[in-house]
Design a protein around this ligand. Structure first.
Ligand SMILES: Nc1nc2c(ncn2[C@@H]2O[C@H](COP(=O)(O)OP(=O)(O)OP(=O)(O)O)[C@@H](O)[C@H]2O)c(=O)[nH]1
Ligand SMILES: [Mg+2]
Length: 297
């Protein structure tokens, strides 16, 4: 009986029912909107570190380890097909190395950032570079730094080295173009480029090259790639005069230099560090990378 009374009351168009109905119809979507976007905007306002590198380097393994900690069970890895951001909040590990900037967080302090795991497959690379562009100018959620992870054990194989160096070349060229545009617009050099960490992974394997060899091998291979690409441009029938500024835009590092070195990127405000480590197994681990990231937020 009570139920039919209540149903009858609800279906009678009294002012209380009408206002109650309007209230629900208008307010629920608005509340829902704020509830959902509050979450999203807090995510996009976090500083971002982009994790890139060739397929199989261990990017997803590193992201998972940073998200879940060293004791997490290793999940079965498979090829990543899309960008995936995870929120990380952890105390900065202490170590002997110093922060590059006095404003950096100190050991033990909690820092919060987004780590974006990206696909390493060549065909999906455009997504990675789009991400760099899309988040370029917004100061809060912008990409602060890029970690280029590579498999140090695979780099002694010429094919893998060529593959990794081609990716690094393209990545640095994207960063260089962005930095050049900012320099031309009159921005201070320190704010023009993103710092890059070349993280040599899998040092637990005895076949892994040490950090210094990873650096010199990548530099030598990028030198070759740079030379062959500029030759292709000149061979395409465009006159040397016409090539002019276009060639300079496509040339990585110090223009017309014989040998490419990571230090040449300093001209564009892009500092490159090479640090070895490993996500799984015995070795130096991920602490140094961790710290490098924390100091660049
Ligand atoms: N020995 C060793 N293996 C590792 C290390 N880090 C990752 N791996 C292994 O490397 C393989 C590839 O790792 P993923 O994290 O899937 O590689 P990825 O870079 O995400 O690859 P894509 O998603 O295809 O771009 C996995 O089998 C990992 O277990 C490490 O430090 N040492
Ligand atoms: Mg992956």
């Amino acid at each position: 009986m009570a139920f039919t009374d209540f149903a009858e009351y609800l279906l009678t168009p009294t002012p209380a029912v009408i206002f109650g109905g309007i209230f629900i119809v208008l307010l629920v979507p608005v509340l829902l909107h704020f509830l959902l976007t509050a979450n999203v905007s807090s995510l996009t306002n976090l500083p971002t570190i982009l994790l890139v590198g060739p397929s199989g380097a261990g990017k997803t393994a590193l992201a998972t380890r940073m998200e879940r900690g060293p004791d997490a069970q290793p999940t079965e890895t498979h090829t990543t097909t899309n960008n995936h951001s995870i929120e990380i909040e952890t105390p900065v590990p202490s170590s002997s190395s110093e922060s590059p900037s006095s404003s950096g967080p100190s050991a033990g302090e909690h820092v919060k950032f987004l780590l974006t795991d990206t696909p390493g497959h060549g065909k999906l690379r455009a997504r990675v570079f789009n991400r760099l562009d899309a988040m370029g100018e917004n100061d809060k959620g912008r990409v602060r730094a890029v970690v280029f992870l590579c498999d140090a054990a695979a780099l002694s194989d010429p094919d893998s080295l060529r593959h990794a160096a081609a990716y690094l070349h393209d990545l640095l060229l994207v960063l260089q173009r962005r930095a050049s545009a900012r320099i031309r617009a009159g921005a201070p050099l320190a704010k023009c480029g993103n710092p890059v960490l070349v993280a040599a992974n899998k040092l637990d394997l005895f076949t892994a090259l040490p950090g210094t060899a990873v650096k010199s091998n990548l530099e030598a291979e990028v030198t070759r790639i740079r030379a062959s690409r500029s030759k292709r441009l000149l061979d395409s029938g465009v006159g040397a005069d016409e090539v002019g500024s276009e060639a300079q835009d496509d040339w990585l590092g110090e223009y017309a230099s014989q040998k490419f070195t990571f230090e040449q990127m300093g001209e564009f405000g892009i500092d490159i560090d090479v640090i070895g480590g490993n996500v799984t197994g015995e070795g130096p681990g991920i602490e140094k990378w961790w710290q490098w990231m924390a100091y660049r937020l």
